[in-house]
Design a protein around this ligand. Structure first.
Ligand SMILES: [Fe+2]
Length: 325
């Protein structure tokens, strides 16, 4: 729509490995003639079955644009093929422009230094339900499926993005209705784990905001129930990535204790109980950036804090996950 401030084109039939060019035009205000300001950009579709690539993750930015800028300036972010935002971009959407001011514009500004446009993957957090303008998420971050959970294949890896809903119990007015949404996602996962794309991928990475934990607050147990088709699948995921806790936590596959590089969760001041899961779970730090490098034999994950110029200030953890086959 010409009068809207967000414009979308869903492209189909893109060819693997090909680079595409596009141009943005302004419409003159009265007679609406397209006017070129020579804003020409490119993007590339990954090679089919690409074996080596990296992506860069941040979480729980809560409008801390300065930290985000430092992270996006890091060498890891500059080299990444795409970026993942694991939810809680803002604390609440207080106005129509808040998603632009708080998250989209800082990313676009950093992206302009890149010769090629790169995708951003949005994973919805609980704070994406807060604020009078929360529903703007469905305009600005909308997925072509219309859903806030989805899957995609990038190179040799199958990705699943889930929506954990709010961290509150359902309310009668349907404002927070996690139960219905999570039941829908559980069904979605039951189908996914039987799909060829999931089973035959070299790696399977699951991204969701709230981690599954057996804590007193039922919301974490509900997340566990939602992801149970992944736990019980014949082929389990290779990695689960979460946010929400605001500190770095790592639980290796088939263990019930936190890895020593974990930092205690800020809200509880102690490590919450964990489930023993057949795949590793990493809960990303709100200030750190996490680089995930995929190769044919393994996934390497580096989590670090950056200075405002993007240089690495402190390495928090490095992990290697070997391919199952
Ligand atoms: Fe959160």
């Amino acid at each position: 729509m010409k009068h809207e401030n967000a414009h979308f084109v869903h492209l189909t039939d893109l060819k693997a490995g090909r680079e595409y060019e596009y141009e943005l035009f302004y419409l003159s205000p009265v007679v609406q003639t397209p006017v070129s300001y020579k804003i020409i950009r490119n993007f590339k579709v990954p090679e089919a079955n690409l074996q080596e690539f990296s992506f860069f993750c941040t979480t729980d930015i809560h409008s801390d644009v300065n930290t985000l800028r430092g992270n996006l300036k890091s060498e890891a972010a500059r080299k990444a093929e795409f970026q993942v935002l694991l939810g809680d971009l803002l604390s609440h959407a207080a106005g129509r422009e808040s998603l632009y001011n708080g998250i989209i514009d800082p990313i676009v500004r950093e992206e302009q230094t890149s010769p090629i446009d790169r995708p951003v993957v949005f994973v919805r957090g609980n704070h994406e339900q807060l604020g009078v303008y929360a529903a703007e998420y469905f305009t600005v971050m909308k997925h072509p499926s219309g859903k806030t959970y989805y899957s995609f294949t990038y190179g040799n890896t199958f990705f699943i993005a889930l929506d954990c809903g709010n961290d509150e119990q359902d309310r009668g007015n349907d404002y927070f209705s996690n139960t219905k949404l999570q039941a829908e996602e559980k069904e979605f996962l039951e189908k996914i784990v039987k799909s060829d794309a999931y089973i035959n991928a070299k790696f399977r990475v699951v991204m969701l905001h709230i981690p599954p934990l057996p804590t007193n607050r039922n919301v974490y147990r509900m997340v566990y129930d939602m992801i149970s088709p992944l736990v019980n699948a014949a082929t389990v995921p290779d990695l689960m990535m979460c946010g929400h806790m605001h500190e770095y936590l790592r639980i290796d596959a088939n263990t019930k204790t936190y890895h020593p590089n974990s930092i205690s969760a800020v809200y509880t001041k102690k490590f919450p109980d964990t489930y023993q899961l057949p795949f590793p779970v990493i809960i990303l730090d709100d200030k750190a950036g996490t680089e995930v490098k995929v190769s044919p034999a393994e996934i390497n994950i580096n989590t670090f804090l950056t200075a405002p110029d993007g240089s690495v200030k402190q390495v928090i953890d490095t992990i290697k996950i070997k391919a199952k086959k």
